[in-house]
Write a protein of this length. Structure first.
Length: 116
């Protein structure tokens, strides 16, 4: 029932049709497949921009589902004992943990490159 009430949100920007036989078909979204760890190349770097001078370690380059990225971030945050988040396909870990994260990711089978 909730899905029918929110159906109009899927059709924003669609022009109204006077044809009584018209059936709106939502475009299919491509399902993203997570690549195996050995086929991924991650870049581990540090960033201070727009953070009040505080450092965060950024992990970029993950190809896959958002759920898998969130699970990887959760594991890395717990191994480093710090907080962080996932935004725009990147993992943000509070503090400078480049060396430790590179080691953890290599042990999981990822190809890792050190950024800035």
């Amino acid at each position: 029932m909730v899905r029918q009430q929110e159906d109009w949100k899927d059709r924003l920007g669609v022009v109204f049709s006077t044809n009584p036989d018209f059936q709106y078909e939502a475009p299919e979204q491509e399902e993203v497949v997570t690549l195996p760890a050995e086929r991924q190349k991650l870049v581990v770097g540090i960033d201070r921009r727009h953070r009040g001078g505080k450092q965060v370690t950024l992990i970029k380059g993950f190809v896959g589902r958002e759920e898998d990225l969130t699970l990887l971030a959760k594991e890395l945050k717990s191994k480093c004992g710090v907080g962080g988040s996932v935004k725009d396909g990147e993992i943000l870990i509070q503090g400078d943990f480049r060396d430790r994260l590179q080691e953890l990711l290599r042990n999981k089978g990822y190809r890792v490159v050190r950024g800035n």
